[in-house]
Design a protein around this ligand. Structure first.
Ligand SMILES: NC(=O)c1ccc[n+]([C@@H]2O[C@H](COP(=O)([O-])OP(=O)(O)OC[C@H]3O[C@@H](n4cnc5c(N)ncnc54)[C@H](OP(=O)(O)O)[C@@H]3O)[C@@H](O)[C@H]2O)c1
Length: 337
């Protein structure tokens, strides 16, 4: 597995990270364990990603923490904790998960996402401290390699969050820091405060990033845009690109019409990019998802996949061996409307 350096940390991490979001809920224990084995022993990867809230939304009985618990059982059974670069996150766990499922039938069986986005744990000292202790307990470990603030909390003074995170690093419970779903101006505030007070600064930013470009006027906090990409490069912050295949829309045209992930992308630019990736995939005898992953793997970032099934995992791995030529990359880059 090829590696890349995480920000200015000097630490080498796998370029293809495995998202464990659905492990223990939508992905069975047996398949999750097999996927971990195929990723670590088959593909040679060592970068796992989870969060304390994974995956409360997958069913009315899920509560969040199932993914970390599964990884904790795997570490305990295999003794492989120290082989893994383990990332988890805090702040996004909703305050009242059962309450979010009340009246779900009136929302087509969906939890109350709007309330979940309003009423979440946040990044205060007490919320983050509880979140980290819960993660360590579920994972059965005494350290996290990379700890992210999962969703930015604009209501807590940034100084309080950063002082809390500084304490995590000083205690040895956390080795490196990251932020996710965050605006560029906040990253600059964080950078300046860390510089002023000598606090450890984030080395990674986890944002949604794929081959499609977000629509003009999109105000998504989660999707990295060209200006934020430029900021990350300038300040030596690694981008960890989540939803790299946008839930599989490249391979499954039917999903493009129906999936909520397309809300921020659908339009002529996306159509032109779908056409380009389909053409190159046909020329190469690869799938469109694989071409998108290969395009991301050529860049200086970490590509964070989230297969739900073993077949989906197996379909992603060949992208590691699919080396695009400069001309092919230029062809993909040039596509658009
Ligand atoms: N920081 C954040 O806020 C945040 C947000 C989201 C994710 N993440 C992290 O990033 C990881 C990856 O994100 P993601 O799960 O959104 O990434 P993704 O790889 O873009 O999407 C995964 C989904 O794509 C579909 N899929 C995978 N392979 C496919 C194939 N060969 N053909 C068709 N469909 C396929 C599956 O959908 P179906 O289930 O419909 O089959 C699967 O659930 C997560 O595990 C998590 O660790 C972080």
């Amino acid at each position: 597995m090829q590696k890349t350096t995480l920000g200015n940390s000097g630490v080498q991490v796998s370029r293809l990270a495995l998202g464990c979001m659905l492990m223990g809920t939508q992905t069975s224990e047996e398949d999750s364990v097999e996927m971990l084995h195929r990723y670590v022993d088959g593909a040679g990867g060592s970068f796992l990603d989870t969060a304390d809230c994974y995956a409360w939304w997958t069913s009315p009985t899920a509560r969040g923490g199932e993914s970390e618990e599964l990884l904790g059982r795997w570490f305990a059974r295999t003794g492989r904790r120290d082989e893994i670069f383990l990332a988890t996150k805090g702040s996004a766990q909703p305050v009242d998960v059962p309450g979010l499922w009340a009246d779900a039938p009136s929302r087509g069986g969906e939890p109350d996402w709007e309330r979940a986005r309003r009423e979440f744990a946040g990044a205060s000292r007490s919320a983050l401290t509880d979140a980290l202790e819960g993660s360590l307990r579920r994972l059965g470990t005494d350290y996290i390699d990379l700890y992210y603030v999962h969703v930015d909390d604009l209501d807590t003074p940034l100084e309080e969050t950063l002082e809390t995170l500084t304490g995590f690093v000083a205690s040895g419970k956390v080795r490196h820091l990251g932020w996710s779903n965050v605006r560029t101006w906040r990253l600059e505030s964080i950078r300046q405060l860390c510089q002023r007070y000598g606090w450890p600064a984030p080395v990674a930013v986890q944002q949604q990033h794929s081959y499609l470009r977000r629509k003009a006027g999109s105000e998504s906090v989660s999707i990295v845009g060209s200006e934020q990409l430029d900021y990350l490069r300038r300040h030596d912050l690694s981008l960890v690109a989540y939803s790299p295949i946008l839930k599989g829309v490249y391979d499954v045209p039917a999903k493009r019409a129906a999936h909520h992930v397309m809300t921020e992308y659908a339009g002529p630019d996306a159509d032109a990019r779908f056409a380009a990736v389909e053409k190159l995939a046909a020329d190469l005898g690869a799938t469109p998802n694989q071409v998108v992953l290969a395009w991301l793997l050529r860049q200086d970032l970490v590509t964070l996949i989230g297969p739900r099934t073993l077949d989906q995992f197996d379909a992603a791995v060949p992208a590691l061996a699919l080396t695009l030529t400069d001309a092919q990359v230029a062809f993909l880059d040039a596509a658009g409307a």
